[in-house]
Write a protein that binds this ligand. Structure first.
Ligand code: ARG
Length: 263
């Protein structure tokens, strides 16, 4: 009886959590929450992480991140590309500040969005952009499909971006970075219920929260051992205890990304 009640409660909680994750998904400011530095970490520079790209609109206003994996190919999130065209999307490399004018600006000649992508919480949150202008920056290596061992729980991962420094806050002018531990799939499923799709997503963050990616960081890299292993995708609010950040599990999409990179 007690066991059943507990199971029912757990199921109800999981359903509620999943529902909350869907509604609160990409925005969700926690009312009255203290400003949590997303990337609770520190400011850094484009020279320190030369493969980190700003994805911008035609006015060069950054709205997502991306990772340069070859001189003309950038990996980002599919949800960043919803409603975007090659005519209103640009990529900027070598620019530390959102309001900078330095670096290299490129037009986008092709946007590949994973053909099965619908919403970030269903997965397949991956896109590859082809640039018109080659970027003169060091590229990042990305995981291959056999590298599934990189996501062992507790492994340190690095996140980077210009996103908001609190849920519902404003974007960071300077590129920021932090490290967060990979969270086990079981634990992440406990947080997000059926919205967490194990084969397509991986979670990272501290149990107590406090360090996370946030709005505007999407599409940017999750690096493990310096190698691109995840793409910033979604989360319940930002940096909340018990709700780690959710990243695209890149090993699952590695072959499809390679097909685009080599096309
Ligand atoms: N969807 C957000 C974006 O478009 C990223 C959210 C990441 N959230 C988190 N709690 N880690 O920028």
């Amino acid at each position: 009886m007690f066991g059943l009640t507990r199971a029912k409660k757990a199921a109800a909680l999981a359903a509620a959590t999943a529902a909350a994750a869907v509604t609160a998904l990409l925005t969700a400011p926690a009312a009255g929450a203290a400003p949590q530095p997303i990337v609770g970490g520190t400011t850094t520079t484009a020279s320190a992480y030369p493969f980190v790209m700003q994805i911008t609109n035609a006015s060069q206003s950054q709205f997502c991140g991306g990772t340069l994996v070859s001189p003309t190919k950038v990996v980002t999130a599919a949800h960043c590309m919803v409603g975007r065209t090659t005519g209103n999307t640009m990529v900027v490399g070598g620019r530390t500040y959102r309001n900078g004018t330095d670096g290299t600006v490129s037009r986008v000649s092709k946007i590949w969005i994973h053909p099965n992508y619908t919403t970030a919480t269903r997965g397949e949150d991956v896109a590859v952009l082809t640039l018109s202008t080659a970027m003169p920056y060091t590229t990042a290596k990305y995981v291959s499909s056999s590298d599934t061992g990189v996501y062992a729980a507790g492994t340190t991962a690095r996140i980077l971006g210009w996103g908001t420094t609190s849920s519902g806050g404003s974007s960071s002018n300077q590129l920021r970075t932090a490290t967060v531990p990979i969270v086990s799939d079981t634990s992440c499923a406990g947080s997000y219920g059926s919205s967490f799709v194990r084969s397509e997503m991986v979670c990272a963050g501290y149990t107590s929260g406090g360090v996370d990616t946030c709005q505007g960081d999407s599409g940017g890299p999750l690096l493990i051992g310096g190698v691109l292993a995840g793409i910033t995708s979604w989360g319940e609010g930002c940096a909340q205890a018990g709700y780690p950040g959710v990243y695209t599990r890149l090993t699952t999409f590695s072959s499809q990304v390679s097909a685009q990179v080599n096309s």
